[in-house]
Every structure is written in structure tokens, then in C-alpha cells.
Design a protein around this ligand. Sequence first.
Ligand code: ARG
Length: 280
Amino acid sequence: MNSTRRITSTAAIAASVLLAGGLAGCSGGGDGGEGGGDGGGLKDSYTVVTDTAFVPFEFQEEEGGDYVGFDIDIVYGIAERVGFEIEHENTNFDGIIPGLQTGTFDIAIAGMTITDERKEAVDFTSPYYKSGLRIGVAEDDDSITSIDDLEGKTIATRLGSTSADYIENNIEGATANTYEQLDQAYLAVEGGGADAVLYDAPNVEYYILTAGEGKLKTVGELIEAQDYGIAVAQGNEELVTAMNEALAEMIDDGTYSEIFEKWFGEEPEWLEELAASQES
Ligand code: ARG
């Protein structure tokens, strides 16, 4: 979708949907968006994988085990517009890309950062969330106040995450303690087994507002701007185009902001920037 769409009227939305359909046609036969259209190579149902240990993007409800979170609402909004059913799958984060590559899963929505390295393995939609990394330390720790203080320290994070890469490549002399479940990383800091946790800012912030209240605090600035994208196995242009159209539509018609407010309690401050980074 082009970057300057600021849709305010129903007529304009209709026009933009037509435009989106036209553009998709040019780029190799996308299915025109709303309602699924004639489908082309699109399927009626896709397996959607996530790793549910990532509040508030994806987690499972204690009672009943339903999948809930920001990502889940986003992918349902997309599925409704493109016209497919969702079959949920859950796996460890580091198993997501291999699972897409082998065809075990069709679509992954998991707060997954779009990186050049991952783009060599899978295809991504346009960005659907603007993120970054944040440092968390024990609440009574005054020795770490910025990223510079992490040199030579033991830093807990998630196995296979962009934070693990960041620690390895950017923080001198630091040891990355990587865990398969991020809760263990937070507990390591709380228990003194690690000096700090480095992880996605919204997750660290959410944890500190909830389970980690009074135990951890964030310090320093937001580190390394990152965009989250939805991933699919390479060679699924039609599906990516259809999902991009749906996402752009959700951003334009306010659905995106509604979902964002539900999970984060406010409007995203970077909505215009996100809208500008959509393409299809
Ligand atoms: N954004 C980070 C990455 O892509 C962490 C994502 C973790 N997501 C999850 N569902 N556990 O590496």
C-alpha cells in the first residue's frame, strides 16, 4: 500500500481497496484483498504458529488455554480480510523459522523482528509493530544505568532472539545467558544469577508492570529500533501481498489502533510512521 494513505471517508476507503486490488494485480496476481476474492493460490486455512511466552503479544489463557494477545488479534483481523481460517500451533521461538522452512507451519506471528539474516530464510510482511530493546535490572541495583554499564556483565535473554545477537555482537566482554523460556531470564535477574535482562522493550515493560512489579526496573534508553513482521516460507508472494493489503486496511480504518489500545492502553505514537512503511 502506498505510504501517503490517510483515509477519512468511506468513499476513500472503497477507492483505496480498488487501488490495492489493482496494485496486487500488477505484482503478480494477488487476490484483491477483502473477503478472500477468488482466492487464486490462497488456501482456506493456514497453520499459524507462535511462541506464547511473549506478553502481551501472545500468551495462553490460564483457563482453557486460548491463544490471546496483540499478535493474535492482528492475525485474526488479517485472516478475516484475506479470508482464511486459522489453525493454531505453538513452538519454541527458535523453532519457528525451521518449522516454516520445512512446511510444518504456514504463517508465523510471534513478535518476530525483521532482520536481513532472517530474510535469507523466510519472507516477511510489511512491519506491523515498531519495537526496540530494553534493559531490565533488579529494582535495588544502582550500578547499571545504561547500555555502557553492561560491558563484561552477565545478561539474560531468550535463546535465538535478536537480543541474544545484540549481546554477542555489541556488548564487549558480556556473557549472554540464553533461556528457552524468557520467564527464566527474568527470574535469573531477580535471583541474582544474571546482572541484567535485555529483551524486547514492550515485553520487559509489560513484565515490570505485572509479574515483575517491585522486583525489576528498566534503565537506559531504547536500544536498536526493530520492526516486527509476520513470516512465511519463501515463495509465497501472493499470501504476503494479501496479508499486506489487509494490514494496511486495518491501519487505515482504525482497527489496528483499536487492537493496540486494547493491549497497550494508548494509541501508538508511531502510527503514522508505521502507515508510511506499508507496502503491498
Ligand atoms: N523480537 C525478538 C526476535 O525477533 C523476540 C521475539 C520473541 N517472540 C516470542 N513470541 N517469544 O528475536
